[in-house]
Design a binder for this molecule. Structure first.
Ligand SMILES: CC(C)(COP(=O)(O)OP(=O)(O)OC[C@H]1O[C@@H](n2cnc3c(N)ncnc32)[C@H](O)[C@@H]1OP(=O)(O)O)[C@@H](O)C(=O)NCCC(=O)NCCS
Length: 449
């Protein structure tokens, strides 16, 4: 831990500190206090760390060591790491119709002995200030508990779908699927890292398979942009297998060219009625509908299995349309990304809109005063946007939390208004803005960061 940085927002006795690779063990000690897990720190320390250290900060508490010998008449002081947060630098994070730099807030933890003393609040203020300094107009995160981040201006911007598909579930035919082949292999970064990275990014840029030039991307589809993140994504530590096998991958190909993949693990229980295996999939990615049909066809018919449990798929995933009986898969939505607009005009101008729009938003932001006030956003459908401060009367009023919820295009302003969180002042402006802020493809991130 190196040079301290102090701010007035931390309670007395605590100080901010930068963290570096030498602090890894302390970081993991704290992380396992914040997030109980079965793995030992001695084992975790051997795994690749996903952190970008220059964006990793701690909170320390100074503790007098009563048991030590006094030095120059004073007892030595120990510094304990009791809080931390970090962010991933997503330089090309997909927002509707474009990519923009986004800070992926992560590794947020406070030691249980120091909780509810506003350490998190101070870390969030620091994070938001850092984002603005770095020119990141948006921050996004996965919430460990959904009740935490709304108060800090993060809005619930995306859901993912969890399903349990019975083995052999009937799937509708898609022309051309039968021309695909699927190979199944033990997964490794060495063998599959480049293939997965390329297919994943392509699927996010063109989720409808329209080809070059499309602006209809999948918002939220973050890629593992740093080497550390990618290495960590492929680490297959036995401690995290939860009784399942080592990581496998199914690769779907057309004429020898990869068109998609699914990372998965199987587990098997022998019960009186026979083998009851579960196929747990991570990312299931396909570049076109026929490849998706071929891939799901294989995943839903693996021997000794009785169900497939994809972890997080887009709410509008092809599977939802392929299943003849969607009810049989017991679909359930879970909150996926939470989004915080950190710089209102920069964020509004960084995305595209699905319809012509010219609207004045009155934004309230209790944490970032620079965002407070009236902002005009103007854009032609699917073209570049402009946003700036205005003295004109507001068409709509909303909190920055609601702007974050609507930002990726998956939550409509109309639905937020229906819940009482967006006010319309000029009749007609809500419907028009709502259509423009919405996006044809549901936002989602396919992996937890
Ligand atoms: C969540 C956590 C970081 C909160 O840290 P903290 O320092 O206790 O938070 P603060 O004291 O700054 O709390 C600020 C506000 O958030 C609320 N809050 C904190 N944790 C909350 C939770 N888990 N659920 C709901 N509200 C929560 C506090 O009640 C307080 O509310 P108020 O402003 O209305 O008074 C900490 O409890 C922790 O490490 N939990 C386990 C790991 C985890 O969930 N990390 C988050 C990863 S996304």
């Amino acid at each position: 831990m190196s040079h301290d940085r102090t701010t007035a927002t931390l309670p007395r006795g605590y100080a901010f500190t930068d963290l570096g690779p030498d602090d890894l063990r302390d970081v993991l000690e704290l992380d396992t206090w914040a997030f109980p897990m079965p793995a030992d720190v001695d084992d975790l320390v051997e795994l690749p760390s996903p952190l970008t250290w220059s964006r990793t900060g701690g909170v320390v508490r100074e503790v007098t060591d009563e048991s030590a010998e006094p030095l120059d008449g004073a007892l030595p002081v120990r510094r304990e790491l009791v809080g931390m947060h970090a962010s991933y630098p997503f330089a090309r994070f997909p927002v509707p119709g474009a990519t923009t730099p986004v800070a992926g807030l992560t590794w947020v933890g406070v030691h249980p002995a120091h909780r509810r003393r506003r350490l998190l609040s101070a870390m969030i203020d620091r994070h938001l200030a850092d984002c603005r300094e770095r020119g990141e107009a948006v921050s996004a995160l996965f919430a460990a508990e959904a009740g935490i981040y709304g108060r800090f201006g993060y809005g619930h911007a995306a859901d993912d779908l969890r399903v349990t598909v019975p083995r052999g579930a009937a799937l509708r035919d898609v022309p051309g699927a039968e021309r695909h082949t699927v190979r199944v292999e033990r997964a490794s970064r060495e063998r599959h890292g480049d293939l997965v990275a390329a297919l994943h990014e392509r699927a996010g840029a063109d989720p409808t398979g329209r080809g070059p030039g499309t602006v209809v991307n999948r918002p939220g589809w973050a890629t593992r942009e740093t080497d550390a993140l990618d290495a960590s994504f492929w680490a297959d530590a036995p401690a995290f297998r939860k009784g399942r096998e080592a990581l496998r991958i199914a690769i779907v190909e057309l004429d020898g060219e990869p068109r998609g993949y699914a990372r998965f693990r199987r587990s098997l229980a022998w019960e009186t009625q026979g083998p009851r295996g579960t196929v747990s999939t991570g990312e299931v990615v396909a570049l076109d509908p026929a490849a998706a049909r071929a891939l799901w066809g294989v995943l839903t018919d693996l021997d000794l299995s009785h169900e497939v449990t994809p972890f997080m798929i887009p709410a509008d995933d092809a599977l939802t349309h392929l299943l003849v009986d969607p009810r049989s898969a017991s679909p359930r939505l879970a909150d996926n990304l939470w989004v915080r607009v950190v710089d209102v005009p920069a964020a509004l101008a960084a995305r595209r809109y699905a319809a012509d729009v010219d609207v004045v938003l009155h934004v309230h932001d209790a944490r970032v005063p620079a965002n407070e006030g009236r902002w005009r956003v103007r854009a032609a459908a699917f073209g570049e946007a402009w946003a700036g401060r205005t003295d004109d009367p507001a068409d709509l009023t909303l909190d920055v939390r609601e702007l974050g919820a609507a930002y990726l295009g998956g939550v409509t302003l109309a639905s937020l208004a229906a819940a009482g969180f967006v006010a319309e002042h000029a009749p007609g402006t809500l419907a028009a803005a709502s259509a423009a802020f919405a996006w044809p493809v549901a936002p989602v991130c396919s992996w937890v960061f």
